[in-house]
Design a protein around this ligand. Structure first.
Ligand code: SAM
Ligand code: SF4
Length: 321
């Protein structure tokens, strides 16, 4: 959507200054819709809009409306930091958005500000409730848990979600991009997150949505909803991953931890025909061999360990979560 963001989350894009992609290099809505139309015959059914902060992209509801009019697309979702959701939720809903993920890593206003560097928790919570009131369903909360930063927010977030009907998805802190200077010690493993929740709110396994979602779900035994955990570091799911990503500047990326990506925009702007582009996309996808998370876990367990600096990766802000 865009690589621009009004927050500077310490685990994603902490730099105060960042050279944003030149606007001319960003895919237009027309180009994005063309890619989606071409991807439908290849099996794409679900779209997630992310970033950067997608709500910073001008006239986003227009894109949602255009995407929801594409035959074969069954589901449109969006991941946002929520800062502009208060004003935009109704327009997004009426444009055809179905569900939404709002990122909230702490319910403590000061800690929230420390993590996001620029975020205002109050404003984001207003956005979260506005999404629910606008009829988006489900409204999920994404929370990245980082050692020494917000482990003690886990139970507060779970209690908040249960009280207000939001599904919480905890995400293991990952080494996406390089700006965050990730270290394995900062990742709180799924097992620990689960144990903390289970000790207070007993859980039972509920599997992965659709069999291949990134999150493994757990149901509260008292029937009050579910919680999900995305464990790409400690329990890689490369074998079932079916997510293709389109960067803001038009690269087709076959893995969240890719070094570069494949230049789709060059083809879109070279005058190539639909069949040619579709065949190219199919070839890129069927030629993929990515299993980065599985390889990382092997390296972590090896005597030499895993060195995140040895692997360049696209910044999360360009790629989207
Ligand atoms: N700006 C939007 C937001 O924050 O929701 C959308 C883009 S953000 C890159 C998408 C998701 O990735 C967010 O839920 C964010 O918390 C998560 N994320 C970013 N960096 C991460 C990291 N290093 N490890 C795990 N999750 C991360
Ligand atoms: Fe921006 Fe989202 Fe990254 Fe935070 S996680 S810096 S809100 S893109």
């Amino acid at each position: 959507m865009t690589d621009r963001c009004n927050f500077r989350c310490t685990y994603c894009m902490p730099f105060d200054h960042y050279d944003w992609i030149d606007k001319r290099e960003i895919l237009t809505y027309e180009e994005i819709c063309r890619v989606v139309r071409l991807a439908v015959p290849l099996g794409v059914r679900k779209i997630r809009l992310t970033g950067g902060e997608p709500l910073l992209r001008r006239d986003l509801p227009d894109l949602v409306r255009q995407l929801s009019g594409i035959g074969g697309i069954e589901d449109i979702a969006l991941t946002t930091n929520g800062s502009r959701l208060g004003e935009m939720a109704p327009a997004l809903r009426s444009a055809g958005l179905k569900r939404i993920n709002v990122s909230i890593d702490s319910l403590d206003p000061e800690r929230f500000k420390r993590i996001t560097k620029r975020g205002d928790l109050d404003e984001v919570l207003k956005g979260l409730f506005a999404a629910r009131d606008a009829g988006l369903k489900p409204v999920k909360i994404n929370a990245v848990i980082e050692r020494g930063v917000n482990e003690d927010d886990i139970l507060d977030l779970v209690a908040f979600g249960r009280e207000h009907g939001f599904v919480i998805r905890f995400i293991e802190y990952m080494d996406v991009g390089t700006a965050n200077a990730w270290r394995l010690e900062r990742t709180v493993p799924k097992k620990e997150i689960l144990e903390r929740i289970n000790a207070r709110f007993p859980l039972e396994p509920a599997g992965r949505e659709g069999g291949n979602a990134p999150a493994v779900d757990y149901a509260f035994r008292d029937g009050k909803g579910t919680v999900g955990i995305v464990a790409s570091v400690t329990e890689p799911f490369c074998g079932t991953c079916s997510r293709g990503r389109l960067t803001a500047d038009g690269r087709l990326v076959t893995c969240l931890f890719s070094r570069t990506g494949h230049d789709l925009k060059a083809r879109l702007r070279s005058g190539a025909g639909d069949d040619e582009i579709r065949q190219w996309m199919e070839a890129v996808w069927s030629g993929r061999t990515d299993r980065f998370s599985a390889e990382r876990l092997q390296a972590i367990r090896s005597p030499d360990g895993y060195d995140p600096e040895k692997h360049d990766k696209i910044e999360m802000i360009t790629l989207g979560g």
